[in-house]
Design a protein around this ligand. Structure first.
Ligand SMILES: Cc1cc2nc3c(=O)[nH]c(=O)nc-3n(C[C@H](O)[C@H](O)[C@H](O)COP(=O)(O)OP(=O)(O)OC[C@H]3O[C@@H](n4cnc5c(N)ncnc54)[C@H](O)[C@@H]3O)c2cc1C
Length: 342
C-alpha cells in the first residue's frame, strides 16, 4: 500500500478528512482476507477502530466534528468506540436508559454502558443516550464524549470466552458534562445515525465471519487428508465430507450476498435488508464451520494443541456482535410484512 501507511484505519474516512477511502466492496475483501489468516481478533479491532468509531461522525457529524475527530483516526494515532449496549438492554436499542440532560450550554450524562469494545484505548466515545424520555427511538441522541471528561470511568473489563485480542468494557457516566457542541447532528436522531452506521459495519463484520469460516474449512480439509481411521483418510467418510460440503456452500453463498450488500452501499442505495440477510448466512457459515472443524479433528480439536478451539471460541462470541441472528431475522421479517403492523 506504498506511501499510505495508515490505510486500514482510514478506509471508512473521506479524503477531505485525511482518510484513505475504499469502496465497501474493497473493504469486505480486505477484512475477509485478514480473518482468513487467523486474524479474527485483529479483524474485530480493525472493524471497531476503522468503522464503528467513525461511521456515526461521518454520517451525522458536522464539519467541525469531522475535522477534529476523523484525521487522527485515519492517521492511526487515536481511536473512538461505539457505546450503545447497556446492562439492561442489547437487542432492543430503543430501550436504553443512559440519560443526557441539557443544562445550559452543556449535556449532563448519567448511566451505564456495557460491552463497549476498545473503550480503554479510545480517545472518544460515540455515546447513545436518551435526551427525550418517553419518545423511544426518537428520544435518543448521539454524542462525542472525550475519554478524559470528568465523570466518565471504565468500571470493569468484560471477560469473554474468545476474541481475546480484543477487549470489551463496562462504563460509568456520573454527572459527566460535555459541551452542547458534542451533540452529533440533531437531537432525537442518534439512533438513526447509529443504525445507518451499523448497515455499513455489519457488512464488514460479516466479511470477518466469512474469513473465519474459511480458515476453519481449510484446516478441516487439510486434517481430513492427513488423518486416517480404519485404514483410510478421513475425507473418505461422507459423514464428515458432506457437512464440509455444506460449509463450503454456505461460505460462497454468504460472500455473494454480502458482496451484493456492499455493492448497493457503493451505489448509494439502502442495503439494510441485504446486509441483515448476509449476516444471517455469514453467522451460520461461521458457526457451522467452527463446529464441523472440531468434529473433523475429534478430541484433539478441543485441545490447545490446535487453533481449532480458538476458532470455535472466537466464532461463538463473535456471532452476537452488532445484532444477533434473531435481530437480523426480525429485520428481514419486517421487510416481508412491512405494510402490516409488527
Ligand atoms: C464481541 C462483541 C463486541 C461487542 N461490541 C459492542 C460495542 O462496541 N458497542 C456496543 O454498544 N455493543 C457491543 N456489543 C454488544 C452487542 O451489540 C450485543 O451483545 C447484542 O446486540 C445482543 O444484545 P445482548 O447481548 O444484550 O442480548 P439480548 O438482547 O439480551 O438477547 C438475548 C438473546 O435473546 C435473543 N432475542 C432478543 N430479542 C429477541 C426477539 N425480539 N426475538 C427473538 N430473539 C430475541 C437474542 O438474539 C439473544 O440470543 C458487542 C458484543 C460482542 C459479542
Amino acid at each position: 500500500m506504498g506511501k499510505e501507511p495508515y490505510i486500514y484505519t482510514g478506509m471508512h474516512i473521506p479524503k477531505e478528512y485525511r482518510g484513505y477511502p475504499r469502496s465497501l466492496l474493497d473493504i469486505v475483501i480486505i477484512i475477509e482476507e485478514i480473518a482468513a489468516r487467523g486474524g479474527s481478533p485483529i479483524c474485530n479491532a480493525l472493524l471497531e477502530i476503522a468503522g464503528l468509531g467513525t461511521a456515526t461522525i461521518v454520517n451525522g457529524g458536522n464539519e467541525e466534528q469531522k475535522k477534529k475527530y476523523l484525521p487522527p483516526v485515519a492517521r492511526g494515532e487515536k481511536m473512538g468506540c461505539f457505546s450503545l449496549t447497556e446492562p439492561g438492554t442489547g437487542s432492543d436499542a430503543s430501550g436504553i436508559k443512559c440519560r443526557a440532560e441539557r443544562v445550559g450550554d452543556e449535556y449532563v450524562i448519567n448511566g451505564r454502558k456495557r460491552y463497549t469494545s476498545g473503550a480503554h484505548v479510545s480517545a472518544y466515545i460515540i455515546l447513545f443516550a436518551v435526551t427525550d424520555p418517553g419518545k423511544g427511538a426518537r428520544g435518543i441522541s448521539a454524542f462525542i464524549v472525550p475519554t478524559d471528561t470528568p465523570g466518565y470511568s471504565v468500571l470493569e473489563q468484560v471477560k469473554c470466552m474468545g476474541l481475546r485480542g480484543h477487549q470489551d468494557e463496562e462504563l460509568l457516566f456520573k454527572d459527566c458534562r460535555i459541551p452542547k457542541e458534542n451533540l452529533i447532528g440533531e437531537e432525537g436522531k442518534g439512533l438513526h445515525y447509529g443504525l445507518a452506521s451499523l448497515d455499513e459495519t455489519r457488512t464488514t463484520l460479516s466479511a470477518g465471519f466469512i474469513g473465519l469460516a474459511r480458515i476453519c474449512l481449510e484446516s478441516a480439509v487439510e486434517y481430513a487428508k492427513e488423518r486416517t481411521t480404519f485404514g483410510k483418510p478421513l475425507f473418505h467418510r461422507q459423514a464428515l465430507g458432506f457437512p464440509l460440503a455444506d460449509v463450503a456452500t454456505e461460505i460462497d453463498a454468504a460472500r455473494l450476498l454480502n458482496y451484493k450488500a456492499a455493492w448497493l452501499h457503493d451505489k448509494g442505495m439502502r442495503h439494510t435488508v441485504e446486509t441483515a440477510k448476509a449476516k444471517i448466512l455469514a453467522t451460520k457459515a461461521m458457526l457451522d464451520a467452527a463446529n464441523t472443524t472440531i468434529e473433523v479433528y475429534g478430541g484433539f480439536g478441543c485441545t490447545t494443541r490446535y487453533p481449532t478451539e480458538r476458532y470455535y471460541r472466537d466464532a461463538r462470541i463473535w456471532s452476537f456482535a452488532q445484532g444477533t441472528p434473531e435481530i437480523m431475522k426480525f429485520i428481514v421479517t419486517r421487510d416481508l410484512f412491512g405494510k402490516y403492523e409488527m
